[in-house]
Design a protein around this ligand. Structure first.
Ligand SMILES: Nc1nc2c(ncn2[C@@H]2O[C@H](COP(=O)(O)OP(=O)(O)OP(=O)(O)O)[C@@H](O)[C@H]2O)c(=O)[nH]1
Ligand SMILES: [Mg+2]
Length: 409
């Protein structure tokens, strides 16, 4: 069972730590170097969001997590991440590696915009001393490049659209335009909302100027592709004051301070069994006798200057922000037995599903299996044993049994 179908796109300027973030989050080794344009082909992997496992709330000693992982009462819920090549200003005009590679992120549900908060890389990704460059300018140009990318993709067909419209071949402008955007995972309701916000009537859609088209697509992007700003390299002292500047300037976006390099370091030591570290924690434990003094020194810095100060390294926190706050997904646990909280194989709370807030019991059935939604009879809230209907609005950490005529579940 897919716990979430969400795709997180990792984007940003070149040489800011996108692949480091990706590697820390997914524990997949990918090329990382301190120079621009290291990543060319996209990296795809599974990272994890983290939520307190419902077995703790239910007073159970443990669970049998299957589609996810449970460690120390924390449930790790997989989500797909894609790390792509880096941007430079003017990428849409072909500078650097251009912007074609962003096409791989068309279906992304949310972007993590990784920024070098220390200002130690030029707009072209060339290394300099911290404080030389302004992370605000960096974020601005990356957002501009994302907007230009979407605009270019639609603009290239625009004249064709206008022509078809003028000869009466397009009956429903809203429908045709929405169809054009479906490849971006954007639907008609979202396009309608953007048109309403900008007070453009549906019939005028193919009469607007290119400038207005650009603004419309910006609005659509704003509504459909939430963005989390990841203020990376927070381990570098110059980053801290920039963090406040970024927060003040980009009030509409959440900003998470992060040190991808620190998280990668901790995960690698965790894998080698040198430390006990649960990703997302604010602390770790050194296993006796496993660590040289240099490593110990780095760990001390990570603990004091990053984890204590910023509440973790920011990697798991960024993924959580994207899934739980930006996409407003909530974890729900389907079960078969409402007393033992088990599935058919007697496993305790094996699966967790992330579903948009506002989803119903029937929506959950549909996420598990289409048959289950089609033959849905009723559901039971396993926490209070109450029978609930198709329209029951799911709450975070609900434990639900679906009863359907098809008997699948
Ligand atoms: N100080 C510090 N350095 C970092 C951090 N994250 C990444 N770096 C360093 O930044 C450099 C670039 O890292 P990458 O992950 O390759 O950057 P990228 O954004 O994927 O770069 P391209 O794929 O070339 O566009 C490397 O030297 C990393 O070690 C961090 O949190 N702190
Ligand atoms: Mg890279």
């Amino acid at each position: 069972m897919e716990p979430t179908n969400a795709l997180i796109g990792v984007v940003g300027k070149t040489n800011v730590g996108k692949s480091t973030f990706f590697s820390a989050a997914t524990e997949i080794d990918v090329p990382i170097e301190n120079r621009p344009f290291v990543t060319i082909e996209p990296n795809v992997g599974i990272g994890y969001a983290r939520k307190k496992c419902v077995h703790v709330e239910l007073g159970l000693p443990s669970c049998n997590a299957a589609n996810s992982v449970c460690r120390n009462g924390e449930r790790f819920i997989p989500v797909k991440l894609m790390d792509v090549a880096g941007l430079v200003p003017g990428a849409h005009q072909g500078r650097g590696l251009g912007n074609k590679f962003l096409d791989d992120l068309r279906r992304a549900d949310v972007f993590l915009l990784i920024v070098d908060a220390s200002g130690s890389t030029s707009p072209e990704g060339v290394v300099s001393s911290p404080g030389t460059y302004d992370p605000i300018e960096e974020i601005k140009f990356v957002i501009t490049e994302i907007d230009e990318w979407i605009y270019q993709s639609v603009e290239k067909d625009w004249d064709k659209f206008l022509k078809q419209y003028s000869i009466g071949a397009i009956k429903d402008p809203l429908e045709s335009f929405s169809q054009r955007l479906s490849g971006f995972g954007i639907n008609k309701e979202q396009v309608e909302m953007a048109l309403n916000n900008l007070k453009i009537s549906y019939n005028e859609l193919f009469k607007i100027s290119k400038e207005d088209l650009k603004n419309l697509l910006k609005e659509i992007r704003r509504l459909t592709k939430p963005m989390v700003i990841v203020a990376n390299k927070i381990d570098i002292p110059e980053s801290e004051k920039n963090l406040e500047k970024i927060r003040n300037y980009f009030k509409e976006y959440p900003v998470v301070p992060a040190s991808a390099a620190a998280e990668l370091f901790l995960r690698k030591l965790g894998k080698k069994n040198a430390i006990d570290y649960i990703p997302g924690d604010y602390d770790f434990k050194i296993k006796a006798g496993e660590i040289d003094s240099k490593t110990k020194g780095i760990l001390e810095l990570i603990k004091n200057n990053i984890m204590d100060k910023f509440k973790g390294t920011g990697v798991v926190q960024s993924i959580n922000e994207a899934l739980f706050n930006s996409l407003k997904l909530i974890p729900v646990y389907p079960v078969e037995d409402i007393n033992k909280f088990t599935d058919k194989k007697n496993r305790v709370l094996p699966d967790v599903i992330l579903i948009p807030k506002g989803s119903t019991a029937k929506d959950l059935a549909g996420k598990i299996h289409t048959d289950l939604a089609n033959t849905f009879l009723y559901a039971i809230n396993a926490k209070n044993k109450q029978r609930i209907g198709a329209n029951y609005l799911l709450n975070e950490n609900d434990v639900i049994k679906i009863v359907a005529a098809s008997g699948k579940g």
